[in-house]
Design a protein around this ligand. Structure first.
Ligand code: CIR
Length: 257
């Protein structure tokens, strides 16, 4: 399957993460965020990935959401153009990727964040969202052309990024929020829909023989546990409460290759 990475790049949580959200009246426990992050990293390690860490940037409160800074395909990395508040997070990530990846940049009129990019076996989907525009989608298409991967655009209106509402968990299966996207655009044969009131549960991660899901959504987690058992996967329910408060989830906490 496509999701057979050997490496994960994560970024430490800046202290400013808590303060930034406190100003928006969102109460984040730094200690709990740290322990949830550690558990996430340990799960990736146990799944066989080699972990590298980019140090936190205190001037970039959201920098733990490293997925948004680059789109990686094998040994190639497309550095994204992010929304103004987060722009600048890419530099340290690019430095870290440089020794192992061929770096591609895009013009500043293009906008795209990694959370809007979803790979299935043969196709890559790009969300046209508040964070990703048509030029960004075009740059992604050009970037993936040499790998023979078509790029399909998906309008995103109900959530921040495409992968906030739909992810691919291998075996031709998507997890998606009912009614959020035109599912006829997708080529996967099976769709597991999140249960009512558990929209956040759509963000899952498949790493070869492991399925990572969010434990705060028990009804959908049960469906996913059955899927994991059926496919012989290790099942990892992880609490992401301190990241969900900032519109994050599982995929946004790493870059994989
Ligand atoms: C943001 O607004 O950019 C962050 N608070 C959340 C980013 C989450 N990223 C992701 O799901 N890929």
């Amino acid at each position: 399957m496509i999701n057979s990475p050997t490496h994960a790049l994560v970024r430490s949580i800046p202290r400013s993460y808590k303060d930034y959200y406190a100003k928006k009246n969102i109460d984040i426990s730094y200690g709990l965020a740290e322990s949830q992050h550690e558990k996430y990293i340990q799960t990736l390690k146990d799944a066989g990935l080699k972990i590298s860490t980019v140090p936190a940037d205190e001037t970039k409160p959201d920098c733990v959401f490293i997925e948004d800074t680059a789109i990686i395909w094998q040994t190639h990395a497309l550095i994204t153009r992010m929304n103004p508040v987060r722009d600048g997070e890419q530099a340290a990530v690019e430095e870290t990727l440089k020794p192992t990846h061929t770096i591609t940049h895009m013009p500043s009129v293009a906008k795209i964040e990694g959370g809007d990019v979803l790979h299935t076996e043969n196709t890559t989907y790009v969300g046209l969202s508040a964070r990703t525009n048509s030029m960004g989608a075009e740059c992604l298409k050009n970037f993936l052309k040499k790998f023979g991967r078509p790029v399909v655009r998906v309008p995103v209106e109900k959530c921040l990024h495409l992968k906030s509402g739909v992810t691919y968990i291998g075996d031709n299966t998507l997890v998606a929020v009912p009614g959020w996207f035109d599912m006829s655009l997708f080529d996967a044969e099976n769709i597991i829909y999140t249960k009512e009131g558990e929209e956040g549960a759509a963000n899952c991660m498949r790493i070869p023989n492991n399925l990572l899901v969010q434990s705060q959504y028990p009804k959908t987690a049960k469906l996913l546990e059955h899927f994991a058992a059926d496919k012989g996967l290790q099942f990892h329910p992880l609490d992401t409460s301190e990241f969900v408060k900032a519109d994050g989830a599982l995929t946004c906490l790493s870059l994989l290759w």
